[in-house]
Design a protein around this ligand. Structure first.
Ligand SMILES: [Zn+2]
Length: 162
């Protein structure tokens, strides 16, 4: 890799880390509310336009996943169901519902942290983005995976001890 390419890669990594860090802050908010700690942000034109964390218990809604809520907020903000130039950063691999919503919303790219071996729909259990739907969402996993996984593990450990 040339020096120039190397610099571009480093800048990109820094950017993804910056946004995932914001998603992680949302996950921490969920943790403090006794919700499964998952957070998400939606980025448009290099700006965070929506952020959310899992609120399944509070809302008593199976739809209240972090990235689902963040995408709804982003849609509202943009005044459009089309999230074509939006990227989603989420601390856990999306489930089938959220991966499906990303296809429906025409999301450009999803960056996720930890894998979800039990419910992940972008590679773990199934890969919805590798199926021939009318829209293909790009995906990148693994950014801040350790921190996000650790937060989830701490949460479930705490839950078991209750
Ligand atoms: Zn989900």
């Amino acid at each position: 890799m040339s020096q120039e390419q190397d610099n571009v890669m480093k800048l990109l990594e820094k950017k993804h880390y910056k946004y995932m860090k914001e998603a992680f802050k949302e996950a921490q908010k969920a943790y403090l509310k006794d919700e499964v700690p998952v957070g998400a942000v939606v980025v448009y034109n290099d700006k965070i336009i929506a952020r959310a964390h899992n609120l399944r218990e509070k809302n008593q809604s199976f739809m209240a996943h972090a990235e689902f809520l963040a995408m709804q907020k982003a849609s509202k903000k943009l005044g459009s169901w089309r999230l074509e130039d939006c990227d989603v950063y989420v601390t856990l691999e999306p489930c089938p519902m959220c991966a499906g919503a990303m296809i429906q919303g025409r999301v450009r790219h999803v960056y996720y942290a930890a894998q979800d071996n039990k419910a992940g729909a972008t590679g773990s259990v199934i890969d919805l983005f590798e199926t021939p739907f009318n829209h293909k969402v790009l995906k990148t996993g693994g950014i801040m995976a350790d921190e996000s996984k650790e937060l989830l593990q701490t949460f479930f450990k705490k839950l078991r001890e209750k």
